[in-house]
Ligand binder design. Structure first.
Ligand code: 4NP
Length: 161
């Protein structure tokens, strides 16, 4: 689908390490889209290399599991130039991530690059806070925020059908 598409169906979420925020968002979007009967191609990536090949942070796996979502099979990878063509929409967890995703964007990139919470209509919430150096309750708060965002994104995509 073309740039700035109204109804992107290939979507990747981008965060720093691809072990906390973006795998949670990917798992939530998959669950909400499936529940709504919406076919999406979903993925998540990081801009860093620290955790390549690793499963999500155990605290992220746990909070998702408590809410009935299994993200334990996901593995961290780093964004690459193909992702800018493979996906219609790259949803960035925070402004720093978005700057870096835009900085690395190849000239022929087709994907729209946006802030996840903006695209969800939750711009007043700002950035998705990074829970990596936090505690279990920080993961719960991020999960709740991402759950609201996933609901809003799926609703927006359904409206655009
Ligand atoms: P994420 O969280 O970007 O939500 O996956 C982080 C994960 C790892 C690191 C920082 C943030 N790190 O510095 O290794």
């Amino acid at each position: 689908m073309s740039q700035e598409s109204e109804k992107p169906d290939k979507i990747a979420v981008v965060c720093l390490g691809n072990i906390c925020r973006s795998p949670l968002a990917e798992g939530l979007l998959r669950a909400r889209a499936e529940a709504a009967g919406l076919a999406l191609r979903l993925d998540s990536v990081g801009i860093g290399r620290w955790h390549l090949g690793q499963p999500p942070d155990p605290r992220a796996v746990d909070v998702a599991a408590r809410h009935g979502i299994d993200i334990s099979g996901l593995r961290a990878r780093q964004i690459d130039s193909h992702d800018y063509r493979r996906f219609d929409l790259l949803l960035c967890a925070d402004r720093g991530i978005r700057s870096e995703v835009l900085r690395r964007r190849p000239a022929d990139a087709g994907a729209e690059v946006a802030l996840l919470l903006d695209w969800a209509g939750l711009a007043r919430e700002g950035d998705v806070p990074d829970p990596y150096h936090g505690e279990e309750r920080d993961f719960e708060e991020v999960f709740d925020l991402l759950a609201r965002a996933a609901d809003a994104i799926v609703a927006r995509l359904i409206r655009a059908c």
